[in-house]
Design a protein around this ligand. Sequence first.
Ligand code: V47
Ligand code: SF4
Length: 382
Amino acid sequence: MQTNISSILLENLPAELKAVSEKIINGKRISEEDGILLFEKAELGLLGSLANMVRERKHGDKTYFNRNFHIEPTNICIYNCKFCSYVRKQGDEDAWEYSLDDVLRITESYKDKQVTEVHIVGGVHPRRDLHYYGEMISKIKQVIPSIHVKAFTAIELDFMIKKAKVSIKEGLAMLKEYGLDSIPGGGAEIFDPEIRKEVCFEKSTADMWLNIHRTAHQVGIPSNATILYGHIEKYKHRIDHMKRLRDLQDETGMFNTFIPLKFRKENNKLSHIGEVTTIEDLKNYAVSRLFLDNFDHIKAYWPMIGKHTTQLSLSFGVDDVDGTIDDTTKIYSMAGVEDKSPTMSSQELADLILEVNRIPIERDTLYNIVKDYSKSESVEIN
Ligand code: V47
Ligand code: SF4
């Protein structure tokens, strides 16, 4: 049965949009055509109402974040993705490559900060291998035994596993043995082969990305998924991307969250394209929430879109805002985001969420509750 609000919402809609909206209200899955129609024809208020309804059915007002920090071991990379502002070659003035001691020094500085996650991603360094990164993980865990290590995009994994001359399954099992707990969503970019060829032609293919995540799930490593939007892709490419993720999630159920990443334009080879508007960001969050019915969480990565759009996104399907970060990522500051030193304390993140009348929930990487701010009590995890 439809609520009054649903009836008002549907009253004056054109027939096609009404049919899609009814599917959503009745909890049915929408098709690729429906997804494209929502992008092309639905006005922002309708998208927000529908996405918010789905978000509230899943989570009510709960809005998740965690206490994390990033380690970016190197910006030296064998690839040359056109959207990347961060990539450097060996010998470049602003190239960096941390030693294991550097990584451990960073980790030591978080020992007493109650962080639950370290997020490790970087360039595909030609001389670093699976065992180097494995040792990195196990040494980090010697410093903070309770930490969840979310590390390496499928692109970095593809390279290190091939270099180790083992199968994907064996390589991932070895990394799990070293202490890898989950895989971040990076490197997905856009799966459509024509667009992928244009923006990152050398990179692992869409099938490889999906296969690495599928295999990770099979060996018990959960992961995240991303999309890089707002460059040369069309709506149909975004929907194609999400369809492939939805199919894989139907198979394994081990994606934790979907993170739309907005293309930022400074200091890269696609600068001339410019950036999409906040309206486009909100539409994209909403359609992601509506299309990916089998993903529990949609994340707005606040260092990338800024605090105000993050707050708005919470009414457009988003239920997660990532973490405290502590100024430990350079990917977006080099690509032109306004906040060059992204850091928020857990209280500041909670306040950001409270300001738009949602309930902050501090979580760990797997969405176990660490602190429910509506109850003001901490739950011990581990
Ligand atoms: O794959 C690179 C993107 C990704 C730009 O799993 C850019 O929790 C916009 O995947 N404009 C890496 N985006 C970051 C990533 C991520 C971030 C936050 C949380 C999680 C998670 C994963 O950053 C790359 C690429 O898609 N990226 N350059 C740019 N100019
Ligand atoms: Fe390398 Fe990643 Fe940048 Fe591509 S996006 S050039 S793989 S660091």
